[in-house]
Design a binder for this molecule. Structure first.
Ligand code: PMP
Length: 378
């Protein structure tokens, strides 16, 4: 098997799973219980949270655990919107976001909020002048992903954060789901950050929203205090320890994995650009972990299933929006509808071997010619 869908999800690594099992078996107390077992669990929760905070460069009190990035994005967007609706009802985003950003934004539009989309330049990078132009007296939030999940295109988050510093009434939320554990982005000037453990070899079902202490947030779930007051429910200690461990390991291996993935990406691009019907949707601003290509003579799902027969797994768009025909992200990147409706995503990991890249290229060659023959034969 050659798995090339690491941006959809990664397997959980052995060490992470082992700590999850150990904490499940050995730390049975509720961290909010007053007895010794509760106190021990609370200590472990505190250590795990401190480790996350130290790695990211925030305070422990700014870490809110969620079920994943979808919940974190919903919590950030709806939470800010509901808490600050009297200040304003205007939000700015891009055409390069995940469905878990567009979902809550669409919901808020029904409730009377206005959403503007900032334009991008020829490379797909946010136009800072346009962003400045769009900010109004009633703008309460700008939400922009650090890395687009379909193309790997990364945005100049620091420059955007610096620009937004001049507008203290407007918060900046960054969906960092595709960058945490892959590239480092200083978060000092960002108000809210979302991410999910299953993108960096952690467990599915746990993620974080990092929220600056000074920001109010209307919770999505009301109830008692959990690890914070923003999301009620018994703290999921095994998952909390597991995300902390997965993040630490990803951080330790980040540079090595980056170099490895860069090498794989270069090899793939060099080979794939030899095919006349392949368009490489990649530029210098894309991270190497994601390679988007359009194979112009075949439907994305036809190519996906053809490769699947050879035990090779890639994806069409992102797993969460694969029902739609045209990729909004690739359209924003390429500005060409034909390219955007033929795109597939190959996503890589530093844990893969070079032989998997070679196997993919070999099978891709077979599928490419078979599908070309099918089309011309008809
Ligand atoms: N944001 C981005 C950029 C993503 O790639 C994903 C996962 N595809 C999500 C949010 C949602 O993450 P989760 O599956 O943890 O809800």
């Amino acid at each position: 098997m050659v798995y090339l869908d690491y941006s959809a999800t990664t397997p959980c690594r052995k060490e992470v799973l082992e700590s999850l099992v150990a904490v499940t078996n050995e730390k049975i107390g509720n961290p909010n219980s007053l007895h010794r077992l509760g106190v021990e669990a609370k200590q472990l929760e505190g250590q795990a949270t401190k480790q996350i905070a130290d790695i990211l460069g925030c305070k422990s009190s700014e870490v809110i655990y969620t079920s994943g990035a979808t919940e974190a994005n919903n919590m950030a967007i709806k939470g800010v919107a509901f808490a600050y609706k009297n200040r304003g009802k205007h939000i700015i985003t891009t055409n390069l976001e995940h469905s878990s950003i567009y979902g809550p934004l669409g919901y808020l539009q029904k409730l009377g909020f206005t959403v503007d989309v900032v334009s991008t330049n020829a490379y797909g990078i946010v136009d800072l002048e346009d962003l400045k132009h769009l900010i109004r007296e009633d703008t309460i939030l700008v939400t922009i992903a650090s890395v687009n999940s379909e193309t790997g295109l990364s945005q100049p988050i620091l420059e955007i954060a610096n620009l937004l510093n001049a507008y203290p009434k407007c918060f900046f939320h960054v969906d960092m789901t595709q960058s945490v554990g892959k590239i480092r982005i200083p978060i000092d000037h960002i108000d809210l950050i979302s991410f999910s453990a299953h993108k960096f070899y952690g467990m599915k079902g746990i993620g974080c929203l990092i929220k600056k202490e000074s920001i109010s947030l209307e919770p999505l779930l009301h109830g008692g205090k959990s690890t914070t007051v923003y999301r009620s429910g018994t703290p999921a200690l095994p998952l909390i320890v597991s995300i902390s461990k997965a993040l630490r390991l990803a951080e330790e291996e980040l540079d090595c994995n980056y170099n490895c993935v860069q090498n794989y990406s270069n090899i793939l691009i060099e080979k794939l650009k030899e095919y006349p019907n392949v368009v490489i949707n990649h530029n210098a601003f894309c991270i190497p972990h994601i390679l988007n290509i359009s194979v112009m003579h075949t439907k994305p799902e036809t190519l996906l299933h053809a490769l699947e027969k050879h035990d090779i797994y890639i994806s069409t768009q992102s797993a969460c929006s694969s029902g739609t025909k045209i990729s909004r992200s690739v359209l924003e990147f390429s500005k060409e509808e034909a390219v955007a409706s033929h795109s597939v995503r190959i996503s890589l990991s530093g844990h893969m071997g070079i032989e998997e890249i070679q196997e993919f290229l070999q099978q891709f060659d077979i599928c490419y010619h078979e599908l070309e023959f099918d089309r011309n034969g008809r």
